[in-house]
Design a binder for this molecule. Sequence first.
Ligand code: FAD
Ligand code: A2P
Length: 281
Amino acid sequence: MTLDLTLSDATTDSKPAKTLPDAQTVTAVKHWTDSLFSFRVTRPASLRFRSGEFVMIGLEGDNGKPLLRAYSIASPNWDDELEFYSIKVQDGPLTSKLQHIQRGDQIILRPKPVGTLVLDALLPGKRLWFLATGTGIAPFASLMRDPETYERYEQVVMMHTCRTAGELEYGRELVENLKHDPLLGELYGEEFASRLLYYPTTTREDSPLMGRITDNLTSGKVFQDLSLPPMSVENDRAMICGSLAFNVDVKAVLEGFGLEEGANSEPKQFVVEKAFVGEGV
Ligand code: FAD
Ligand code: A2P
């Protein structure tokens, strides 16, 4: 997949190509499973975003028009490049093609970041929970790498659930690397690693930790395993990102703990965003 651009044109942010004004160059691609991959692209010099936001990205469609989809930026806002974590949908208009991108290829990126999963949409608290299934971990891959998150919260808990262990690998490696991150270590000292708690579970394959996020919250298992008190309005804040059904069910669980949904315009105790729009929704 190579679009109608020379590499040298595309790598110069200040000289956008005529045919593809929002082109960015792919700098790295990694395939995690048959259905998941991540990739990095050049960052437009003018792009500012808040960690956790999403943008529209895509490719030129067969009709010559941009074929765009919403994607969470998985990299933190200080990164020179942008990272994305993507599903491969077999017959998906975009991802059936996007999964074949290679280093040096071009993608389209509309530089207008938006989204509800931002730190400013939450009231201050002690502990921040990231609750995700599947590619819903992408916005939290950004927020977990942003020092501002640890500036605001004493503890960060990343709960990520997938059907199989292989699907957890992107998040597992990211958290592992973060625990030895020189920037965060320098800012917050050796105890930084103990402030980021990771709770990966599978539901359809055996792994050390099992079960749906909803079940592990309502049974209290996650609190016991991590030696944490149950969620409270005073201390706990949360961000939810998964399928519509997941979001609805987790929202009800959090409301059961007394937490209320907030927004950019009215910060409260938790915020929600869809990881994708399902068929017929
Ligand atoms: P589409 O026609 O868009 O989707 C076909 C079907 O595939 C959907 O109906 C749904 O059932 C399923 N599907 C689509 N995306 C996913 C997914 N991520 N996980 C599981 N099933 C899915 N996708 C990402 O891979 N990474 C992201 O960071 C990401 N961020 C998003 C942020 C927002 C706010 C929204 C609304 C969507 C996001 N998506 C993300 C989904 C993305 O926009 C596309 O739907 C996805 O890239 C598939 O595009 P497609 O054209 O191949 O298929
Ligand atoms: P399960 O295997 O028990 O359905 P999916 O691939 O269907 O989007 O699911 C991704 C992960 O999210 C799976 O581990 C799945 O568990 C879990 N999940 C799906 N729907 C919900 C829900 N409504 N509440 C909690 N977890 C869910």
